[in-house]
Design a protein around this ligand. Structure first.
Ligand SMILES: [Ca+2]
Length: 179
């Protein structure tokens, strides 16, 4: 009986492989929810200090940094990426609640060698605008970054430029596509 099951699984896999076909790029994706973001200090001169608190909009489940009058680079919401070794990241899109017409959320795809203690290399970035508000999807451009988990770590940093209301830029989710 077990033998029959294994055979049918094998046939299914073979048929699946035939349908995909040789040389066909298989896109995959990875999703992070806003509340997975970890607050941390930015690289804007804060070598000491405590990470900023976060807030969560309970009705919409987005996360924001609970600090006012922030400048880009001072604080980050950090989202660690856990992708298959050898995958090529092809795109990053972010769903942002932007209640601040003049405020801007900056989003960076970053990497660094393990244990390097480097602040990280910016591989790509995108941002909301400073002239409108509302729920938005923002996209990084043509990303082409191959993942090497043996040598390198990868993450997304989101840094707000906020005014007096800390909840004006809030992260719903991050969507990463890769081959
Ligand atoms: Ca805005």
């Amino acid at each position: 009986m077990r033998r029959v099951v294994i055979c049918s699984m094998t046939v299914g896999l073979v048929i699946g492989a035939m349908l995909i076909g040789p040389g066909t790029a298989r896109a995959d994706s990875y999703n992070l929810m806003g509340f997975e973001g970890v607050p941390t200090l930015g690289s804007g001169g804060f070598t000491l200090g405590t990470p900023p608190p976060v807030g969560d909009y309970a009705t919409t489940l987005c996360r924001y940094l609970d600090v006012v009058n922030t400048t880009v680079g001072h604080y980050y919401l950090r989202y660690f990426l856990d992708l298959p070794d050898g995958a090529t990241i092809t795109g990053v899109s972010l769903r942002i609640a932007d209640y601040n017409p003049t405020g801007v959320a900056w989003a960076y795809l970053r990497s660094r060698l393990w244990n390097s203690r480097d602040i990280g290399d910016t591989e790509d970035f995108t941002l909301t605008d400073n002239s409108s508000s509302g729920d938005k999807t923002i996209n990084m451009g043509a990303v082409n970054l191959t993942v090497n988990n043996a040598t390198t770590e990868y993450w997304i940093d989101i840094s707000p430029e906020n005014s007096s209301n800390p909840g004006q830029l809030c992260v719903y989710s991050i969507h990463v596509t890769y081959n």
